[in-house]
Structure formats: structure tokens, C-alpha cells
Design a binder for this molecule. Sequence first.
Ligand SMILES: C[S@@+](CC[C@H](N)C(=O)[O-])C[C@H]1O[C@@H](n2cnc3c(N)ncnc32)[C@H](O)[C@@H]1O
Length: 289
Amino acid sequence: MQAHTPVLLDEVLQFLNPQPASRFIDATLGAGGHASAILERTSPDGRVLAIDQDEAAIERARENLQFFGSRLEVVKANFRDIATVAGERGFLGADGILADIGISSMLLDDAERGFSFMREGQLDMRMNRDQELTADEVVNTYGEKEIADILFNLGEERRSRAIARSIVRARPLETTTDLVRAVQRVMGAPRYGKIHPATRTFQALRIHVNDELGSLEAFLDASMSVVRPAGRLAVISFHSLEDRIVKNRFRAPVVAGRVLTRKVVTATDEELRRNPRARSAKLRVWERA
Ligand SMILES: C[S@@+](CC[C@H](N)C(=O)[O-])C[C@H]1O[C@@H](n2cnc3c(N)ncnc32)[C@H](O)[C@@H]1O
């Protein structure tokens, strides 16, 4: 499996400015790219509390980051519960918080988890495998209108109704391949140079299954009280729906503070050459008063 290259790393470090003896929270540990950079900058005694809801990511990051010993604490949780987790681990008043939301290349590459339209797997799409709702339940049991609304609202898919109808007709769907076929019956085959016809459908289902927008809102509100005064909250998002939520929450915060990124920060050409995944990444940073 390919390692996850941390996106906008220089920019994140510039804004969070980690120093020795400080405490940071990485709310989306993933493969640990950002966390290890923060641990290096806070050496020898700074601490990082890292959260992820995916057990596989946690196991791998624990292994990769062993070197940092007790300076790193890892907790399996949804980041919407950041206040509780931070309270339990002595991280209230943290110097900074980072969230790099979305899916890791590790999850995408794991066919079995069902996130990829390029690989055949179960219709799962749960980031947290203790959760009950799966993509299978959505495509096989939800009403046609409900599916269409999910595709339209969370995937910005213009052919949502036709795709929903095709999904309902194709029941029972068993694998990601069945789902791709149902979508392609409406959208046609993949075309060179265009995004894959199932991209928006997969994205929408994933966001729904994991309640990603609800988690993000709860996380942003909670984090503003978890960072110390003058502490910073940095959020990297990958689609417009998420970025809109971040932008609006930062403008109307539940705790007094100000936006440091008047213009959203995106990857430099140099980074894009090294890491095409950074293409849609958007960083916004907020500072508590
Ligand atoms: C893009 S990856 C993070 C990569 C990481 N910054 C790195 O450098 O390796 C996003 C991670 O966030 C996790 N994640 C997404 N939503 C989450 C949530 N609501 N709560 C906890 N973890 C979440 C995913 O499981 C995934 O491992």
C-alpha cells in the first residue's frame, strides 16, 4: 500500500507553528504524515493527541510513529467527540488542532472497504467499522427519492433521479461493480480525460454513510473551545460542500476568534507535481481570540 503524502504540509506547519513543549491535536491521524511532522517540530517534549475513527489507519500509524514513544497518544474516536476525548487525555487548551478530512489513499486502495469505483468490493464505505449503516443498506433499502436526494445534495450529481431509478431497478446490488454498472447505465462508460461517471455517486454515498458533514460541523464548533486563547484551528477539506461549511463556521464562530486565511490556501504548482491528490485540497485557519 502506498504511503499517504501529507498535503499542504509546509502551509500547515507555518500556520500552526509547533514549538517544543506544546500540545497539538491531529483529529485525522490517517497514515500519520502531518502528526509526525508536528512531533518532529515539537521535540523533545511536545505532545500530540491523534484521533481517527478507522482502526486500520490507527494500527498502521502506531507502527510508523513508534519512534515518538509517549509523546504521541492515539485514540479511536469520531472527531465530532473531540471535546470529550481532549478532556479525558488532558488536551483541553491545546495549542493547535488540525483536521485533514476525507478519505485516505489507504482506505481508497483497500478494495474490501468498498470506497473505490475502480476496485471490486463489498458495498461497505464505513470509515468506522463498528458503525451499523453501510452503503449496502442505503442502495438496497432506501427509497428511490431518498437516494436521489443523497446523490443530488451530497454529490452535486445532476443526473441524481435517473441514477437513483437505475439503482433501484438493479436491486439487489452486491458489490461496488454492481453499483458502477447501475450508474453507467445512465451516465455511459468512463471517458478518457473526464472524471469517472461514478465519482459523484460514490462520494455522495460515502458522505451519507459516515455523516461526514454532520461530524464536521460538530467538530468545528467543539474545537473552537478546545484550543487555547490565541490557539489555532487548521482544516483541510477536499470538496466544496465541506469547504463551505468550514468557511461559514469560521466566519460565525461559537467562540470569539478570527480567520487567518482571508483567501483559501491551495497547493503550489510544485506540490501538485509531486502529489496530484493535493489538487482539490483547501486549507482554512482560524485563531481563537
Ligand atoms: C486524509 S486522511 C488523513 C491523512 C493524514 N493527515 C496524514 O498525513 O497521513 C483522513 C483520515 O481522517 C479519518 N477521518 C475522517 N473522518 C473522520 C471522523 N469524523 N472522525 C475521525 N476520523 C476521521 C479517516 O479515517 C482518515 O484516516
